[in-house]
Design a binder for this molecule. Structure first.
Ligand SMILES: [Zn+2]
Length: 84
């Protein structure tokens, strides 16, 4: 009987110098995000989908104003959102 934990351990040791994809980086890249233009501060940033997958949530990087963009079948397919 093989232990899955043991196999993961071996991959971790072999990762440096090998073409094996970094699992952590892959997970980060796969996290959905939305580009937001913050009209309050004339700046841009990304906001990320919450754990429930029901909305994109984030804060203005300058004034910390929060925004929530709901996800639904009638929502916009635009990947660029303006927070006023
Ligand atoms: Zn702001």
């Amino acid at each position: 009987m093989t232990s899955p934990d043991y196999i993961v351990d071996i991959e971790g040791v072999a990762t440096p110098g090998s073409p094996t994809p970094n699992k952590g980086a892959t997970r980060l890249q796969g996290r959905p995000w939305l580009a937001v233009r913050w009209q309050c501060c004339s700046t841009y940033s990304r906001i990320y989908r919450n754990r429930a997958g029901s909305a994109y949530e984030g804060r203005c990087p300058r004034c910390q104003k929060s925004v929530r963009v709901g996800i639904g079948p009638e929502g916009s397919s635009n990947r660029f959102f303006e927070a006023s």
